[in-house]
Ligand binder design. Sequence first.
Ligand SMILES: Nc1ncnc2c1ncn2[C@@H]1O[C@H](COP(=O)(O)OP(=O)(O)OP(=O)(O)O)[C@@H](O)[C@H]1O
Length: 297
Amino acid sequence: MSITVTNITKTFGAQKALNQISFSVKKGEIVGFLGPNGAGKSTMMRILTTYYKADEGEAKVNGHDVLTSARAVQKSIGYLPEHNPLYLEMFVKEYLEYNASVYKVSKSRISEVIEQTGLTPEANKKIGQLSKGYRQRVGLATALLHDPEVLILDEPTTGLDPNQLIEIRKLIREIGKEKTILLSTHIMKEVEAVCDRVIIINKGELVADKPLEELRETEEQIIEVEFDYRVEEVLLNQLPHVSKVKNTGGFIYEISFNTSKDMRPEVFDFAHDNQLKTLQLSRKNKNLESLFAELTS
Ligand SMILES: Nc1ncnc2c1ncn2[C@@H]1O[C@H](COP(=O)(O)OP(=O)(O)OP(=O)(O)O)[C@@H](O)[C@H]1O
């Protein structure tokens, strides 16, 4: 395992930012760490990168304990913090050389990461002159300098325009062929585009840990229907394959079914048989977005 987290708890004053969190990340996996604002994502990442100490529990990176072997953990990890701190007055190459000297990294490695992160045309520019997307590349290049096995990326695409977003995601996928990556984000599309697995946390609690493949293959579908009058939920629960019925306001219902068969005609017939009018009817497959909404609302 590249990362193992066991029952980690972290409290700030009276607030529990993380409560008994456990998960692991296998070598070579790209795992999305998803959660609403304040869920505890950055706190978990700071514990893994040895910036914060947990109150309870154990965390290991490449088998090294974050508390007792902090140096070995730092050597194994490349970290791109949420607010990527860069010296805007420095030239790209100069900045990487400066960081390389801290890590005692060879000159040839600097050229390697410049090429790998697509920075070659910008290498002689000042960081302050770069677009946000290229500044993120500088952050990624810095995180990669000492050739760590594990990368921890805290919201790496925040504030990027749609083109830069695609480019950076492509780059992360490329890097992910060789490294283990834990990547935090608010963006579900990002997880779907880049990750093998998703971990969702909400208010410091782990609420889901699922392979993306499982979500893609799910047979669950949700039908949103609006009738012209109130319906008892017990009646809707009698429809075949129903797993859940939820009134989302007014006479609108969200009905979940466990089947790949299109259930819209059944719902339509149900309305007709019960002298109801169907004002609107739509079907969506259960995806990461609906799972996230269900688990964090
Ligand atoms: N150094 C700190 N001192 C006090 N409270 C903190 C500190 N760091 C984090 N917190 C609190 O812990 C909770 C979790 O914060 P964290 O930054 O880990 O969330 P997050 O999931 O990364 O959020 P976001 O998506 O907004 O970046 C928040 O309520 C935050 O205010």
